[in-house]
Design a protein around this ligand. Structure first.
Ligand SMILES: [Fe+2]
Length: 203
């Protein structure tokens, strides 16, 4: 018997934690995120109006790599990861993936982000800065679910690639990327402290 794994969804996982000076760089990122949360009035208003428990710069700031050197350095790292991922996906690209947007997420305990996709981009991802004990994993969803009308559920010990939902638990420095059409979710943050991450889109 031969089984061919066709139409495979490749999720990219790497880390910044191995690079020289990572601890200091990660601490600078955390400080930069908290500074934005304290000073970005438009962002705080956006979070209040949209019921975001914590702070995100998503609705207010689109120029973080130009605005602050920490995010410029992060962009240099992420550009390399995006190129590696696009290559691994065998994409036939006329030019390098371009960072379209990058935004900060500080999730308070109990805060989450319901299932969504990222339109107008082709690669999306998140780099994790502070992940306290009990902090939310990233929940990924099988993109074929809407078409699985009569499909039985799978056994509890089914391999990861066969499950309808997969939870990836990040560490500080973890870089996760996926294709932007892949639905994902951040379940409520069960940690007692803030979970800090930075998300991004490549177009
Ligand atoms: Fe997202």
């Amino acid at each position: 018997m031969t089984l061919r794994p066709l139409f495979v969804t490749q999720v990219y996982e790497s880390t910044l934690a191995g690079s020289a000076g990572f601890e200091a760089f990660n601490a600078e990122l955390a400080d930069a995120c908290r500074m934005l949360a304290a000073e970005d009035q438009a962002g705080r208003l956006w979070c209040r109006e949209h019921g975001y428990r914590g702070y995100t710069s998503y609705g207010s700031l689109t120029d973080l790599p130009v605005r602050m050197p920490e995010f410029a350095e992060l962009k240099r790292h992420l550009d390399r990861h995006a190129i590696a991922y696009a290559k691994a996906l065998n994409f036939d690209l006329a030019r390098k993936p371009r960072l379209d947007n990058l935004w900060v997420n500080i999730l308070k305990p109990g805060g989450g982000h319901t299932g969504h996709i990222h339109p107008h981009a082709f690669l999306s991802g998140t780099v994790y800065v502070e992940v306290p004990d009990g902090a939310s994993a990233l929940k990924l969803e099988d993109p074929r679910l809407p078409m699985m009308m009569a499909r039985p559920g799978v056994q509890a010990d089914a391999p990861e690639a066969e499950r309808p939902f997969v939870y990836l638990a990040p560490q500080p420095g973890t870089v996760l990327m996926w294709e932007s059409w892949l639905r994902h979710e951040v379940p409520p943050n069960a940690a007692k402290a803030e979970r800090i991450s930075i998300s991004f889109n490549y177009a």
